[in-house]
Design a protein around this ligand. Structure first.
Ligand code: 7RM
Length: 650
């Protein structure tokens, strides 16, 4: 049953396979192995080829990559302007009338923005920022809802060589002020409010609270979106629309060095203060343009692409703003929640805009599963030709549901593994080239090299262990803002010479990679190291289960005991014994949960990742630690009440 190794035991087996469909292959950008072969020959030359092909440079590089572990420089000495690459060059090429963004507000209002319009708006806002004293190398904070101005603000910074630091609109005043202070930002761009679940959330109020403790902020620009009342501080706060009225569109895109800071994006570590992950321009743009084009098999003149992430996460940076716009794609951007006004909002949007490529997260997919098959069935989803997943391991059953109920059994599903730190997708199928297995991210992309190792850093050929990256890649982080030691310690110390991602992974007999979740989440039951992902997937493979979170709680006998929290699909029922037996059948008796709790919701971060640490606290009856990153704090209260009422079943 278990493949033994010093790493993580690999337990479950998945035998379903989906080869690229013939009609998909007919028009696919990559079929067969040529791109892998080329990259294997010389990965530096491979990336240089992509950089020449996909990015416009003002000055050629003198070296492709300089690697002084743990610091990489890509396209050394080269110059480019990222905003020029995302906007001007498309207009110059005659596609200024192409729609860049079909924006849909939550209340149902819409805006259609062409590349020419997006360029004009960006130029003028770049002038505005310059007028407010923002110069090359300065940091600008962005705290906005999902509105086109968020993309404009990011591109305007890029245009003038300033770095942006976007803070997700759902974060608190405290989080915003911490991030502003760490980055020492000069300007904050925010909005009065945004729409969420049918109501306006007051963003400016939270910003005001943050601004009480942010001495570096000189100016605040406020976009009007919510229409709610706000307080404007004279001399400091300015309305976006007023500044834009008089703004000049004469703002040439000057070239900057390939290693110029493009943005900081803060990511919370397991402990301590958030890390400001640094990304630069030339390598990053090459990486995101390449992956957006080939992983999504983008045909920019015909596809309508939709990534449902928020711009405040790396997925929004790389696969709403920089990748798609660099590639001249047409995309949908949606402001609100997936269940307003009803549970079929997403499918309504897919039908309305004839979306052909849809990219979302497993947490969303499992939520749609929970809401039931009838919701997507209300809509014509035949425009879809490709589906993507990102953010967490996708359980095979959720993958199958996605393929069947959203993809009409015809669309390939690309499960894309990557991190804020990697900048772009690292492990993923190429949909015209890769035979898929449900739940597997399959193989490293061309130009990327990943290896699984055991506790002693020995290479694992088959079985479980730790995911590491063995060569620099163009989109890699360039460090942690103001904290080089933490950069070294977090990523480069566990396995000397390798980047350690913090994730467990296993390799099956065919060399497919299966992500097993964060290694902090791995359980140790009677000496077996079992991944939470595999037990969760076994639970989700029961027809009544929509979602499951599994944790290891201290246990006097077995070291840790497996505790499961399960959300059932609407209209389905199952009891504890049935589900425990089901896990035993799927994986083996060792993985049988000691206790199962039913719950309508699981605690998640605001980007949708399950917070197992909190569930461990609940299971072990501890006071909860930091809950500030929770999307919905009431969920754990509910779970604690249930845990107190119902002692675990054995
Ligand atoms: C893009 C993003 C990174 C962490 C990463 C993993 C998990 C992301 C997948 C995945 C399994 C996937 N950036 N993760 N994608 N796990 N399969 N396809 O999510 O910085 O916010 O998170 O997310 O644990 O280390 S992130």
């Amino acid at each position: 049953m278990a493949e033994e190794s010093a790493g993580i035991d690999a337990l479950s087996a998945e035998n379903r396979r989906f080869a690229p469909p013939e009609d998909f292959k007919r028009d696919a950008l990559v079929v067969g192995t040529f791109m892998y072969d080329e990259a294997n020959e010389d990965f530096h030359e491979f990336w240089a080829g992509q950089a020449s092909d996909l990015v416009s440079w003002s000055r050629q590089w003198s070296a492709i990559c300089e690697w002084e572990l743990p610091y990489a420089k890509w396209f050394v000495g080269a110059q480019l302007n990222v905003a020029y690459n995302c906007l001007d060059r498309h207009v110059e090429a005659g596609i200024g009338d192409r729609v860049a963004i079909y924006w849909e507000g939550e209340p149902g209002d819409t805006r259609t923005i062409t590349y020419a319009q997006l360029l004009d708006e960006t130029k003028r806002f770049a002038s505005v920022l310059q007028g407010l004293g923002v110069g090359v190398g300065d940091r600008v904070n962005i705290y906005l809802p999902m509105i086109p101005e968020a993309a404009v603000a990011m591109l305007a910074c890029a245009r003038i060589g300033a770095a942006h630091s976007v803070v997700f609109g759902g974060f608190s005043a405290q989080s915003l002020s911490d991030r502003i202070n760490d980055a020492e930002a000069k300007v904050l761009i925010t909005a009065d409010g945004g729409w969420r679940r049918g109501e306006v959330f007051p963003l400016k109020t939270a910003a005001d609270e943050a601004l009480a403790t942010t001495p570096t902020i000189e100016h605040v620009v406020v976009v009007r979106r919510g229409g709610n009342d706000v307080t404007m501080v004279d001399g400091r706060d300015h309305w976006y629309h007023e500044l834009m009225e008089h703004a000049s569109d004469d703002c040439p895109a000057e070239p900057f060095d390939s290693e110029q800071l493009l943005f900081l994006l803060y990511t919370s570590g397991t402990t301590g203060k958030p890390k400001g992950i640094m990304h630069t321009t030339g390598g990053y743009l090459t990486h995101v343009a390449f992956t957006h084009k080939y992983v999504f098999d983008l045909h920019a003149d015909t596809d309508v692409y939709w990534c449902t992430a928020d711009i405040g996460w790396i997925t929004g940076h790389s696969y709403i703003v920089y990748g798609p716009l660099a590639n001249g794609a047409t995309q949908v951007m949606y402001e609100g929640v997936p269940n307003f006004p009803a549970n079929d909002r997403m499918w309504d949007i897919v039908e309305k805009y004839k979306v052909s490529i849809f990219y979302t997260a497993p947490t969303a997919i499992r939520t749609y599963m929970k809401w039931g098959d009838q919701e997507p069935a209300k809509h014509d989803l035949t425009s879809l030709r490709l589906l993507g997943s990102v953010g967490e391991p996708i359980n095979p059953e959720a993958w199958m549901w996605y393929r069947e109920h959203i993809g009409g059994d015809r669309c390939p599903v690309v499960d894309t593994w990557w991190q804020t730190e990697t900048g772009g997708i690292m492990i993923s199928p190429l949909p015209g080239a890769t035979t898929l297995k449900p739940g597997s991210a399959t193989f490293p992309l061309p130009g990327i090299s990943a290896e699984v190792v055991d506790d002693n850093a020995a290479h694992v050929e088959v079985g479980g262990g730790y995911l590491t990256l063995t060569q620099p890649w163009p989109g890699m982080l360039r460090g942690i803002w103001n904290d080089p030691q933490r950069y070294q310690d977090t990523y480069w110390s566990r396995f000397p010479g390798r980047y350690f991602a913090g994730d467990g992974a296993k390799l099956d007999d065919d060399g497919y990679l299966w992500l097993l979740g964060r290694v902090d989440d791995v359980m140790n039951v009677s000496g077996h190291r079992i991944s939470t992902t595999e037990v969760e997937s076994a639970l989700v493979s029961h027809p009544a289960v929509a979602e499951a979170a599994v944790v290891g709680a201290n246990d006097a006998t077995t070291g840790q005991a497996i505790i499961a929290y399960v959300t059932l699909r609407t209209g389905f029922d199952a009891d504890v014994k049935t589900l425990r037996d089901h896990v035993a059948t799927e994986i083996g008796p060792i993985a049988k949960p000691k206790a199962i709790f039913f719950t309508p919701e699981l605690p998640k971060t605001r980007s949708g990742k399950i917070m197992r640490r909190l569930l461990r606290d609940v299971a072990e009856g501890r006071n909860l630690g930091d809950t500030t990153t929770l999307a919905d704090a009431t969920v754990v209260d509910e779970l604690q009440t249930r845990a107190a009422q119902a002692p675990p079943e054995d």
